[in-house]
Design a protein around this ligand. Structure first.
Ligand code: FES
Length: 248
């Protein structure tokens, strides 16, 4: 016999083109123990209200598109289960600190610009022909950057960051983690191509070391550690000793 219960989901509704204020809309959603909050929202969309807007893709904590505030805390809705929130209600809202496009969908354009600014790809000292085969790394070289490579750009860390809430120009935790990921990669020429982004007024020194970003990351990335390491790099760069110490 299927264990079906009902839980109330309160979703924030807002269309900036037509609404002057956001409002909460309540839905009674039947659920089974295996249903995530995302599946609850999909039930609403399929059976109760097709106008509710939210993003998702993979449904398995990989693509990073289903982030939202759930009961006031940033979560991936596909890996947050209704059974754990019973008896509810469950309040879902768009990620804090971002402009709302519609309902639970935020405008990600500002983040994408920041991501482009840190050059999120390997910059090699010289072009390497394909005929040379794969560029090999030792396990230690992989370990140096591995945790930062797990970032899925879900933006939960930005919703958790009070400094980003105060200054939307702050380059922020995920972009700075990815900056560190590529700088630490032995195949990349590192600091020399990303120093301007790290040193900028809205770079690493804007961080006030609250650390909530690292707490909410669903993939175990530690953005605060990345930022702290780059504060050291930035200080050494300012003093002109980074290169003397072998920093790339
Ligand atoms: S749907 Fe892809 S991370 Fe949740």
């Amino acid at each position: 016999m299927t264990d079906t219960r009902t839980i109330r989901i309160e979703a924030l509704r807002f269309n900036p083109e037509t609404d002057s204020e956001p409002r909460l809309q309540r839905y009674e959603v039947p659920f089974t123990p295996d249903m995530s909050v995302l599946q609850g929202l999909q039930y609403i969309k399929d059976h109760l209200d097709g106008s509710l807007t939210f993003r998702w893709s993979c449904r398995m904590a990989v693509c990073g598109s289903c982030g939202m505030m759930i009961n006031g805390r940033p979560h991936l809705s596909c890996e947050t289960f209704l059974r754990d929130l019973y008896p509810g209600p469950v309040r879902v809202e768009p990620l804090d600190h971002f402009p709302v496009q519609r309902d639970l969908a935020i405008d990600q354009a500002g983040f994408l610009d920041k991501l482009a600014a840190i050059k999120p790809y390997i910059v090699s000292a010289k072009e390497r022909p394909l005929s040379e085969g794969p560029s090999r790394q030792t396990p230690a070289q992989l370990d140096a950057y591995y945790q930062y490579s797990q970032c899925i750009n879900c933006l939960l860390c930005y919703a958790a960051c009070p400094q980003f809430g105060l200054n939307p120009d702050f380059i922020g935790p995920a972009a700075l983690s990815l900056l560190h990921r590529y700088n630490l990669d032995s195949r990349d020429i590192g600091w020399s191509v990303r120093a301007d982004a790290a040193n900028a007024d809205v770079g690493v020194w804007e961080c006030t070391v609250v650390g909530y970003c690292s707490e909410v990351c669903p993939k175990g990335v530690d953005p605060m550690h990345a930022v702290n390491e780059n504060k050291v790099n930035s200080a050494l760069d300012y003093l002109g000793v980074k290169r003397l110490l072998g920093g790339r």
